[in-house]
Design a protein around this ligand. Sequence first.
Ligand SMILES: N[C@@H](CCC(=O)N[C@@H](CS)C(=O)NCC(=O)O)C(=O)O
Length: 224
Amino acid sequence: MGRTLVELFYDVVSPYSWLGFEVLCRYQHIWNIDLRFRPAFLGGIMQSTGNKPPAMLPKRAEYLQKDIIRMAKYYQVPLTVSEDVFQRILGKNSLGAMRFITAIDMTQPKYLEPLSREFWLRFWSQHEDISQVESILAVAEKAGLSSELTQKLLEMTSSPAVKNRLRETTEEAIKYGAFGMPAVVAHVNGKPHLFFGSDRLELLASIIGEKWLGPVPSAPSPKM
Ligand SMILES: N[C@@H](CCC(=O)N[C@@H](CS)C(=O)NCC(=O)O)C(=O)O
């Protein structure tokens, strides 16, 4: 049987996207899938679908704070939550970071996974800024990018090519039906199936005919 294409639409401002990202990174070596990372802009999805960040409802914000902590522990992702977590998200714009990530996708996609992870680590583990140029420089260095490449990517972030690519990816997610993130699209028998949330990966497994082994599957035993 051929491999199933699974696309992950994500933004590094989204903590649940990080959870989904890490679990799918683990399963890409276990399931018969081709995992495709699709960096997109959550703000654009929210605006164009008329959705609002869920934490704008105070009671839900209270719940989400606990939910994220529990999920991170269960998923074994080093995500922590600060007191002012939602002010930080609402006050921050991830557009620069997502353009930078888009630029790496267009030039050196092998860095896409480590670079995205470093953005999440900085914002969601270290609780530091990801919008200033100095922040992006620090993240890029941690992800192993040369300063030459980083400089080139920074220049690219203001180019129409990068801006358009990020806009197109965001529009594609919306076309699939996304209204938030993570948005996971599995292509089964030529038909796209959209899943919303890092908590829908068990259902994804069932639809693509793979086994769900929990959020932390152990590595397959080496062939004898
Ligand atoms: N239950 C989902 C929640 C995902 C979620 O709340 N994502 C946020 C961004 S971090 C979002 O886009 N929410 C839109 C909505 O809830 O309508 C999960 O476990 O992943």
